[in-house]
Design a protein around this ligand. Sequence first.
Ligand code: SF4
Length: 391
Amino acid sequence: MLVCILIEWVRFLLLACAEGHANLGEMDMIVRRQTRKITIGDVAVGGGNPITVQSMTNTDTRDVAATVAQIHSLEQAGCELIRVAVLDLEAAAAIAKIRAAISIPLIADIHFDHRLAVAAMEHGAQSIRINPGNLGGAAKLARVVDAAKAHGVPIRVGVNSGSIEKDLLKIHGYPSPENPAALIESALRNVRLLEELGFYEMKISIKSSDTLTTVSGYQALARKTEYPLHLGVTEAGGLIAGTVKSSVALGILLHQGIGDTFRISLTRDPVEEVRVGFELLRSLKIRERGPELISCPTCGRTQIDLFTLAEAVERYVQTMKAPIKVAVMGCVVNGPGEAKEADIGVAGGNGVGIIFKKGQIYKKVKEEELLAVFLQELKQIEEEMGELSPK
Ligand code: SF4
């Protein structure tokens, strides 16, 4: 619920911003930037394919059971690509067992040690995220590239503003919204290292914890490369700060057609990252997954415990696949009218709830029975619509 409100608020800001700087006709249409296509497992990234939502586990990768359990929760939430940290050879070996137990493509995240990158691919990693410049030199990078070619594994060149090469910082200064050049040059330098080895199956990320540097950096990078771009704001923060920062930066970029896949980084259960990701795509009308929940903020007219009801409904709709619109409103005075686009909704009265469909009152129920009856109605809609796959 909080996430939906936050993202709607961000969308409002973006629209307001567009009104100030462009006309709304331009704002309405997203033209995707043309990029090359890479394939991670069975998921295509770039080349006009749907923008994918990904996440990263926060379990110890060596703990196969815990990692698989978390990935299953992420799959349930709609996660399409999952990354795991590979800190040692035991974690690299665990990839084989993890991959056998999950159904989305697995990406290994590796720093500094080229042997871990090679081992991860030998154990079935379907992509690796590296910073080619920090693997210990040309010969070691060549071994990684040879393994990537042999296993058909694409590479994400991942550069962070905190780990840019000193010479680039000296020339360009630390990345800022006005001057993100060091980030871009670092990424392109690393890309060239792979290209010189005849490797082109890659996507690029340039992560900053600063919202506006993220925006200007990706905008500049998009003008200089045709490789697909993985978007993200690094160390974005907790649920509220992280959602706002990521939604502002990624919202602007996605609306400009920049970005082929992304992760919302939150100091939180990664399942929340995926939920925020899909809400962001929905709010930009790029992709939809499952039901859309709208709810009023409540006011002095509210006469039932709407927060408890809304939270319970939100938990339930997160398990649904049917792309319907569900409304939870505080009162019958304005509720059904405000939510007339909703397929089904509930509005509070004095000790009662009114269930409405398409803006028309359908049934009046005592408050004590309201949640159970409403959930039953949702189940019935699901059954009537069948198992609808996400778009
Ligand atoms: S729907 Fe009713 S309770 Fe909710 S904010 Fe609007 S007027 Fe207030």
